[in-house]
Structure formats: C-alpha cells, structure tokens
Design a protein around this ligand. Structure first.
Ligand SMILES: Nc1ncnc2c1ncn2[C@@H]1O[C@H](COP(=O)(O)OP(=O)(O)OP(=O)(O)O)[C@@H](O)[C@H]1O
Ligand SMILES: [Mg+2]
Length: 254
C-alpha cells in the first residue's frame, strides 16, 4: 500500500533522511519510533507530499505519489499533525469539515458526515459548535482524528497523536483508535515516543536513527531478536518498567 525506496531528504546540508526503504502492507498498523530528530515527521510528510524528497520513490497503492495533483493524494491519506493544528477560529464542526468543503460536498452531506465522525471518535454532538480552545487536550486530539478521517481515507498517518495527554486518556484514545483502524480497515503509520503504546497497539515497529531505519519487525520479534543492542534496550523499556513497578508494589506491601 505504501512503498518507499531509497528516500533521501537534506535540509541545508543536514541529512534528515539517509535512504529509507519501507513498505507498509494494506491493513497494517505500524508504529514509527526513534529519538527526537531521527526523521519520523519528515518521513510522514514525504508520504503525504507535504515535503518533497531529494531522491528516491514513494508509491501509494502501486502508483507514484507524485504522479497526480497533491490534493487527490491527500484525500486518500488522513494526517494527524504532531501539534494537532486545529483552526482556532473555526468550530469543531468546521474543523472536521475542512476537507469535505474543499472537495465541494453539499452542506447536507457535510452535516451528516460531521455527525457520523463525532460519533465515531466518541465526542458528544453538542461539541460541534464549540471552539477548539473550549475543549480538553484529549477532546482536541479526537477532533484531529475526526478531521483526518473526514474524506474516508484508506491510509492514516498520525504524528504523536496522543502526546501530552494524561496516561488514562492516552490509553483510552490509543485503544479507541486501534478499534477504528480495524473497523474502517485502515492502513496506519503512527509516530510515538511511548514504547508501551507501540508494543500494545502496533503489529509492526519501525525504529529510526539518524535518518535511517535500524530495525523493523513485529514487537515480539524485535524484543527477542533485534541485532542492535540499542534497539533491544528500547524495546525492552516497557518490560523493564513493568518489572520495576512490580518490585515497588511488592516492597510497598511488605
Ligand atoms: N523544515 C526544516 N528545515 C530544516 N531542518 C529541518 C526541517 N524539518 C526538519 N528538519 C531537521 O531534520 C531532522 C529530522 O526532523 P524530524 O522533524 O523529521 O524529526 P522527528 O524524528 O520527527 O523528531 P521529533 O521526535 O522531535 O518530532 C532534524 O534534525 C530537524 O532539525
Ligand atoms: Mg516529529
């Protein structure tokens, strides 16, 4: 569904992506992880043509991503930005309707779609008329997901969608999104810094370092057998945390 080969990107002589090959099958849920600055956002933006690569190819559903006009591509790909990026002067409903309006849908069709999307992301209908700053952070993230889903894309790219949220909201949103991924048969690439989230939600984890993919596999596979010691250490973080928590709780009980 998504195929990148030899993708490179430089900014002022600084290499952001150093030849990335990646292929994401239809229906897959991929977590993209790696240190800050390793090129995760750049990679997502290249898939969506918000950024043009200096070298290499991107193919979406077998077609070159740069073959047609970018807006047609973006209609098939929902994007949730790292810092949600809702329009502050638009209501929730208007934010969700941005793409359908660009596509020239009728007012009636847009209204129905907005109502369905609010249900889909579990937001109450009465929030439709609110401004984004009258929502909690978690509610704003749900609006971001609804907006990205508005034109029924087959592919979703999410850049740290649940960052900066309390752990309970984060868990709930992660689980809700995973359920949406199944229900709508989406292909998902999600950037996250939370290894527990990556292990719990994704079928496959891609680890980046300095603009390159250094590991790629199912969570269990990478935990057991990643050749790179840093990658193994990264994948083992949730387990180490769970073990330390268990010890702490046992001490507290003793
Ligand atoms: N528009 C730009 N101009 C110049 N340099 C950029 C630009 N966008 C990204 N970079 C650089 O490219 C590298 C990769 O950035 P990118 O945003 O892809 O990292 P990231 O993995 O998403 O990091 P984070 O986890 O902090 O979001 C960084 O060194 C960054 O400074
Ligand atoms: Mg980023």
């Amino acid at each position: 569904m998504i195929e990148l080969s030899g993708v490179e990107k430089r900014y002022d002589g600084h290499t952001a992506l150093a030849g990335v090959d990646l292929s994401v099958a239809r229906g897959a849920f991929v977590a993209l992880v790696g240190a800050s600055g390793s090129g995760k956002t750049t990679l997502l933006k290249i898939i969506n043509r918000l950024v043009a690569p200096d070298a290499g190819q991107v193919r979406i559903a077998g077609e070159a991503a740069d073959a047609g006009p970018p807006h047609l591509l973006r209609r098939r790909i929902g994007y949730v930005f790292q810092e949600v990026g809702l329009f502050p002067h638009f209501t929730v409903a208007e934010n969700i309707a941005v793409t359908p309006r660009l596509l020239g849908w009728s007012a009636e069709r847009i209204d129905t779609r907005v109502r369905d999307l609010l249900d889909l992301v579990a937001l109450p209908q009465e929030m439709a008329g609110r401004a984004p700053d009258a929502l909690s952070g978690g509610q704003r993230q749900r609006v971001g997901v609804a907006r990205a889903l508005a034109a029924e894309p087959a592919i979703m790219l999410l850049d740290e969608p649940f960052g900066a949220l309390d752990p309970l909201t984060r868990d709930a949103l992660g689980d809700d999104y995973r359920a949406l991924h199944e229900r709508l048969s989406l292909t998902t690439v999600m950037v996250t810094h939370d290894m527990a989230e990556a292990v719990l939600l994704a079928d496959r984890i891609v680890v980046m370092r300095a603009g390159a993919v250094v590991a790629d596999g199912a969570p269990g596979e990478l935990m057991a057998g990643a050749a790179d010691p840093d990658v193994r250490a990264l994948l083992e973080t949730p387990r180490r945390q769970a073990e330390r928590l268990r010890e702490r709780l046992a001490e507290a009980r003793a």
